[in-house]
Design a protein around this ligand. Sequence first.
Ligand code: C2E
Ligand code: MG
Ligand code: MG
Length: 494
Amino acid sequence: MKPNTFLTAAVFLCLLSGLAFSIPAIAWYRETKVKHADRRIRFLAHHDALTGLTNRPQLIEKLESAIARLPMRGSSLAVHFIDIDRFKEVNDSLGHDGGDFLLKSIAKRLRAAVRIDDVVARLGGDEFVVVQCGIAGKAQAESFASHLAAAINATVKFKQHEILTTASIGVALATGEDTSPEGLLKSADLALYAAKAAGRNCIRFFLPEMDTELQARIELERAIREAVLNDRFELHYQPLFEVSRRRLAGFEALIRMPAADGTLIPPLTFIPVAEDLRLIDKIGAWVLREACRTAATWPAHLTVAVNLSPAQFVAGNIGDIVATALTEAGLAAHRLELEITESLLLGNTETIMAQLRTLKTMGVAIVMDDFGAGYSSLSYLWRFPFDKIKIDRAFMQSLNGPHCQVGTVVKAIIALGRELHMRVTVEGVETANQAAFLEAAEGDQVQGFFFGRPIPASELGASILADFEKAMPPASPAPAQATKLHLVNLSAER
Ligand code: C2E
Ligand code: MG
Ligand code: MG
């Protein structure tokens, strides 16, 4: 054999043997890759892609088998439905990266907080479910729910931001044999709804009556959305009287929402729900426009008071909204009073103070409503120069009760207001005796059913306004009947 032929044969043999070795290697490599991809697909089918926690279909399967094992084990299980409070705000302010980071960190903390038998699942968004297996009863579920809440309640650092998370938790216990995974999840979800409605950052256990409450809440939410869409709210107006001159000073605008059956739903029922639905900005802007428009038709010495919800200060544009309402209606700023409550000042943030100052600079009067109720702090009075303080109606309700100091406190607030150059209105005056007390105490203004209930704008005719000028009762209770005669048109709210 020539050397060239020998070389060619040798190369050929080498290639052949290399091929013989590499074919199985490639096949092995391919198989591993396929298996890996297969495992990944199966993992993703059962787990949430972001957090790696169990997903909904897998949760249902695991719950099913846990429920089936209950009679054998002689124990119970609890489903904890968890919702991260104000998660949307984190997502909105820090972007999806921030939101995802928070969800992953919560998933990690929940995993660390449970036992090996328990299941931690994410159902999407900021909703997590923990199935607590092998428990003896409710007490164990209660302490475990608190343990989960404590695990979530921590500060997370994302870039230069610190996020403090809290959670609302709804718990359902598997009791009867007919328990189904879907039924348990629904009950826990209802309990979660109740926890959120109770102000969030709390735990609620499922109760059978929650089903009916939820239906009522869903119906109320639907009615609010519809009323916002079709401008179906109404404003009623309640008179305020100047004590010294015994004449009408103005009206407070109070919102009502017509129900399907023709009755009116009071604000304390639907305003908190509208706040939850983030519809209060729209409703509040409508109230301002409508109240200013109506007040512009009254005699020029009459004022109109509008209540503001703390949620209306979040966007930071309340000054613009008020300015637009005044301009559109052609109402002088000094005729508008804005009533805020102490809860707005609890946060004491500079942005709220700045907005209040802007409003005051515009010439609008700022009123501290419901003074003396809730978390009263006198410090609010020197932190902001209110134009007026409205003493909460609880004081009038207790005036003739067992606490004889109530009158003294009311007189002291009136004196304090005078020193601070703030007018003082007393709310909830229902009797001639209360009216007489306030006249003697030299309060600035009074408001209450004794002088007139809230009524629709269409009923505030010119003749009624003229009557109001004579309406303040004298100090002695006896002629009070005569006074009421002037107000007979206003005595029943429709
Ligand atoms: P508020 O601002 O303190 O209004 C006074 C409430 O006391 C009114 O209830 C009024 O009808 C009631 N009231 C007046 N005089 C008497 C009385 O002599 N006896 C008794 N028992 N009650 C009296 P209403 O209209 O149900 O409003 C409740 C609360 O809802 C208001 O309390 C205010 O905080 C809120 N609200 C009303 N309208 C609005 C609104 O347009 N926007 C916002 N954000 N809140 C509103
Ligand atoms: Mg008010
Ligand atoms: Mg009030």
